[in-house]
Design a protein around this ligand. Sequence first.
Ligand code: HEC
Length: 96
Amino acid sequence: MCLRGAAVLLLLVFTAGCAVDGASLFSKKGCINCHRFKGKGGSIGPDLTEVKKRRSDEWIRQQLKDSTVNNPNSKMPNFGHLSDREIQALIDYLKS
Ligand code: HEC
């Protein structure tokens, strides 16, 4: 019983420590230089505060992996080098 409790606790600590943080990725990866989100950031790209009302998760994933599929004249850099977890964290952040 005790051991099982300890194992669950360890697992929780482990997953919390590994979680990728969409908010910090949004600045670390430079999104914030071009995009305003909830009142903060640049204006080269569209304001993303309301993006969840316009775009599905799949659409945003595509935009990050290769934005020229959504828009052949896209000015947004390619973020295909990000891991699936990082991309998901960014999507979750934009949906928050
Ligand atoms: C150099 C500027 C630049 C950077 C950096 C950038 N974007 Fe963009 N982004 C754009 C531009 C410009 C558009 C407008 C559509 C296009 O050109 O593809 C756009 C479009 C988008 C859209 C679609 C918005 C809509 O409503 O159509 C999303 C979502 C998005 N960017 C997310 C991100 C995320 C997340 C990052 C960081 C990983 C990022 N962008 C980094 C310039 C940038």
